[in-house]
Design a protein around this ligand. Sequence first.
Ligand code: PLP
Length: 391
Amino acid sequence: MITEQRSKYLSDSVQSIQPSGIRRFFDLASSMENVISLGVGEPDFVTPWNVIEASYHSLEQGYTAYTANAGLFELRKEISRYMRRRFGVTYNAENEMVVTVGASQAIDIALRAVVNPGEEVIVVEPSFVSYAPTVTLAGGVPVPVHTYSQNEFKLQPEHIEEAVTEKTKAILLCSPNNPTGTVLSKADLLKIAEVVEKHDLLVISDEIYAELTYDEPYTSFPSVGNMRERTILISGFSKAFAMTGWRLGFACGPKDIQQAMLKIHQYTMMCAPTMAQHAALEALVNGQKDVIRMKESYRQRRSLVTHALEEMGLSCHTPGGAFYVFPSIKSTGLSSEEFAEQLLMKEQVAVVPGSVFGESGEGHIRCSYATSISKLEEAMKRIKRFIENME
Ligand code: PLP
């Protein structure tokens, strides 16, 4: 009765999306004791002290008002320098950038700025859980393109070709990828760029894990071919700078698109939090050594986890970036949901079923290794025991 009454008032789009599968699972885990969580997608480090202090100073100096809608000009200039220095992409701080409330808001306003009702957006799956629902809320139609473990979950250009229709507007790309950790090389990106150009598409390139690559130098999508004019680059401070709770991200791209995104941001958000913007400025100016320190720690943990999983027979490619491994659990005969649920109940280890990241994630689980070595070692012992007891 209540549901019927409510649904009368709710929009079709909000009713067509489901709450995040990750949250549902972690509500269950949080009600249990002695759980080791490999579930959360965030650094276990506290934000470096100098960054925290910069926000204190911001408040002490009385910066308690709104900033410019697009963000503090000083911060935008520093983002511009940072992107050129680290990734070889150049954006004008005056009009080719918007500072947002996390990368999440940047993705939302990017989609709302470019998608007309009914237009299709290709979502490369397995994908970050918010992409498809955000496309739907923007009035678009998410079209999944699957990637496969036999190609280390790398997007194959011919699969984009197969998915393109006259309604396709854009592709949502994510490298390094959440949940697979896969990094697309320059050669991979050039092949994707050819298809993008051929079909006159836009690319929303989520590069929030760009600092966290372990094997090869990172290539940013707008730096290849003619892609700068077709790309909305999304990034932020959450992952590399251990700042998830500060809610600070940014988008860069061609002026006309950024100015359109700014209109939405202006009317719906005003600006990102002022003290968080001052903290982010400090992170960019003095934070690179901490990024390297945290990354080296993730690299060590990646090695521990991939070796342990391989040894217990859960095959998994070595992910080139982010802080996730995405092993196959097909050999156990369980679905990813069954595996995650039974592992949680029997051994109190929380992982995320691959199916929450799209159909092509089925048969896998996502384990985040952004947790301490001692917890990772204990979790690996428990998973091993869980599998042995199954046999
Ligand atoms: N993009 C990807 C691929 C993510 O994994 C996440 C967070 O998990 C986000 C965006 C959201 O980042 P933010 O905290 O900056 O909103």
